[in-house]
Design a protein around this ligand. Sequence first.
Ligand SMILES: Cc1cc2nc3c(=O)[nH]c(=O)nc-3n(C[C@H](O)[C@H](O)[C@H](O)COP(=O)(O)O)c2cc1C
Length: 375
Amino acid sequence: MGTSKDLLPHSFLKMRRSRSTTVHCSLFTINCSSRFLYEKMNYINIGNVKIKQTAALAPMAGIADTAFRTVMKRFGAAYCVGEMASCKGLCYSDRKTAELLTLTDIERPAAIQLFGCEPEFAAKSVEIAERYRPDIIDLNAGCPVPKVAGNGAGSALMKDPILFGEMVSAIVSAAHVPVTVKIRAGWDAEHINAREIAHIAEECGAAAVAVHARTKTQMYSGNADWDIISAVKQAVSIPVIGNGDVDSVEKCEAMYRETGCDLVMIARGAYGDPWLFRDIDDYYEGRPIQPPPTLAERLSVMREHIELLTKCKGESVGMREARAQAAFYLKGMPNAAKYRGMCGRLSKLDDLYELIGVVERANRADTAFVPVGDR
Ligand SMILES: Cc1cc2nc3c(=O)[nH]c(=O)nc-3n(C[C@H](O)[C@H](O)[C@H](O)COP(=O)(O)O)c2cc1C
């Protein structure tokens, strides 16, 4: 089943229970009836890869690149998945596609995610992807964007279970590391088939399945239906990774409790908020949840993140991509509209330092603000 839940000795349980009946943090108080607080920190195994049972960073093309993943991992993300790379693009030696595969050691355990719909290309691309030493290879069967799903890949694979099975089998046969699959609830409300697809994945040798609990036609709107994650969990015996709408410690705990999933995965909740992973890690380690970051801490991590981005991609490309990242870190601050304008004009590192100076002069460094809409 991939999980081990060794209970701690009774005396330790009593101590932990009395010490932490409630966990206080800035915005809410969690009633710690959670099984997790009374148990030793758990790990799950995906194949031979051991992953802490806290929260993983989901793949996000154009957002969760090496710099983003490095920052999130440093703050406690248990596992991360790289941006999707095209099987065909890799086979045709597309330099840009290959750049997506680079993983640094701090990111580990980490997966490379592939998308495609031709089993022969998929198998060949695994050979190329493995040169980058991923711990896991993940097949994208959930992407809804026309460029991917419109060509038969991503979520379109869920409409063609036979091809889906062939894709999983081809990747599993070619791979020397565990293979996982990321799926959605189904194509649309009339075609919810996550259980069947997860079952096929398991039969074809997948070591885990991640479920984004929305249909393809929902894209990213509406609420994720966590009942789908529970249904998948009951249908397969490989680990199930739950995904959709987790942006707080409270919701992370709720997803574990309500779905029985083996690992929670977070995408948009991580925008400008590596502290979310710190708080989740603290919570499951039984440590008190820390206050939200001060403005000084927030600006310092933003600076570190964007400097790393420019190191990875060069100043010109890095600063263009930094515009979105900086806006995430500053979202919800007083004068956010003005700062957003400055974020949109970032093109050199000096522009970033100027932005930081402007924000610092207008606000007290020890202010601990929580961005509106986050948490
Ligand atoms: C900007 C963006 C890019 C994404 N790129 C990918 C991707 O490359 N591969 C993938 O499987 N899912 C991708 N997703 C989907 C997320 O991994 C995740 O399933 C979805 O956002 C729901 O999780 P959330 O509610 O925590 O955001 C992307 C989502 C966003 C917002």
